[in-house]
Design a protein around this ligand. Structure first.
Ligand SMILES: C[S@@+](CC[C@H](N)C(=O)[O-])C[C@H]1O[C@@H](n2cnc3c(N)ncnc32)[C@H](O)[C@@H]1O
Length: 248
C-alpha cells in the first residue's frame, strides 16, 4: 500500500514539475545568445561607469520625488537594468526591495557585487526576464522603472502590456531613455558629445510610438515627459512615459 502511495506521489510530483516546466519555458524563452553576450554586458558596465556615470544619481532623485517613492514599501522592478546602477541609487532613497529584471544574466554577478559593496545586498534581487513575457504574476510590483531599454524590446506593445499587467492597481510605471530634467545641461552636452552619432534618434517619432501603444492597450492615465531644462534646447534629453494603473 505504501509502495502504491509512494508511486502515486512520485507521478503527481513529476506531472507538477512538467507543468511548472511548461509554464517556465513559456515565460522565460532563452535569449538569442549572439545578442546578449558577456562582452555585451561588459561593454555596458564600462559605459555605466564612464560616459553615463553622472546620469543615474539625478535620475533616481527625480524618480523618487516625482513618483513619491521615499516612504513606499514593497517591490520595485527596474526592467532592463543591466549593471543595475539606477537601482543602487534608488536604494539610497527608498525602502523598496528592487529587482533587476534583465534579459542578459551576464550583468548579475557585477550587480550583486556592487550592491553588496554598498550595503544593499539584502535589498536587491536579479531575475532573468524578457520584457515581452515578464516572469512575474499579475499585480505584483509596487513600481516599475526602466532606462534605456525599451528601444531594444522586440515587441514594444506586448512589453508595455506586460508592465501594465505586472503593476499593482493604483501604482505607476516610469519608462524611458535619456536623462532627467535635473541633469545639468553642461553634463548632458558632454555625454551626448561622447556618444556621437550612434545615439541620435527621432524623439517625436518615439513619442508617437508610445502614444499609439497607450491607445492600443487602452491605458487611460499616461503622460509623456520630454525634459527640457533652461539652456537645454539643443540637447537631446530623451523621453519618458509615466503611466498609472487605476485602483480596481
Ligand atoms: C542600454 S542598456 C541600459 C541599461 C540600464 N538600464 C542603464 O541605463 O544603465 C539596455 C538594457 O536592456 C536590456 N534588454 C534588452 N532587451 C531586453 C528585453 N527584451 N527584456 C529585458 N531587458 C532587455 C539589455 O540587456 C541591457 O541591460
Amino acid at each position: 500500500m505504501i509502495g502504491i502511495l509512494r508511486s502515486f506521489y512520485l507521478l503527481a510530483l513529476v506531472l507538477l514539475l512538467c507543468f511548472a516546466g511548461c509554464v517556465t519555458v513559456k515565460h522565460t524563452p532563452s535569449p538569442p545568445r549572439e545578442r546578449y553576450t558577456e562582452a555585451n554586458a561588459l561593454g555596458m558596465i564600462r559605459t555605466s561607469r564612464g560616459t553615463l556615470a553622472p546620469v543615474y544619481a539625478p535620475l533616481a532623485e527625480q524618480i523618487v520625488t516625482d513618483l513619491n517613492l521615499r516612504e513606499k514599501e514593497g517591490v520595485g522592478i527596474d526592467l532592463g537594468s543591466g549593471p543595475g546602477t539606477l537601482i543602487l541609487e534608488l536604494c539610497r532613497h527608498t525602502r523598496l526591495h528592487w529587482i533587476n529584471a534583465d534579459i542578459n544574466p551576464h550583468f548579475f554577478p557585477y550587480f550583486y557585487e556592487q550592491a553588496q559593496q554598498r550595503g544593499f545586498g539584502h535589498r536587491v534581487s536579479a531575475v532573468f526576464a524578457d520584457a515581452c513575457a515578464l516572469p512575474f504574476r499579475d499585480n505584483y510590483a509596487d513600481v516599475i522603472v526602466s532606462r534605456g531599454s525599451f528601444p531594444f524590446w522586440q515587441d514594444k506593445r506586448r512589453a508595455f502590456g506586460e508592465i501594465y499587467r505586472v503593476l499593482k492597481p493604483g501604482d505607476v510605471a516610469y519608462i524611458g531613455r535619456g536623462f532627467s530634467r535635473n541633469l545639468p545641461v553642461a553634463t548632458a552636452k558632454k555625454i551626448r558629445g561622447k556618444q556621437g552619432r550612434k545615439m541620435k534618434y527621432d524623439v517625436d517619432k518615439a513619442a508617437n510610438e508610445l502614444r499609439q501603444i497607450m491607445k492600443v492597450l487602452q491605458i487611460k492615465e499616461w503622460e509623456i515627459h520630454r525634459p527640457n531644462p533652461p539652456g537645454g534646447d539643443n540637447v537631446n534629453y530623451g523621453l519618458w512615459i509615466e503611466f498609472h494603473k487605476p485602483k480596481s
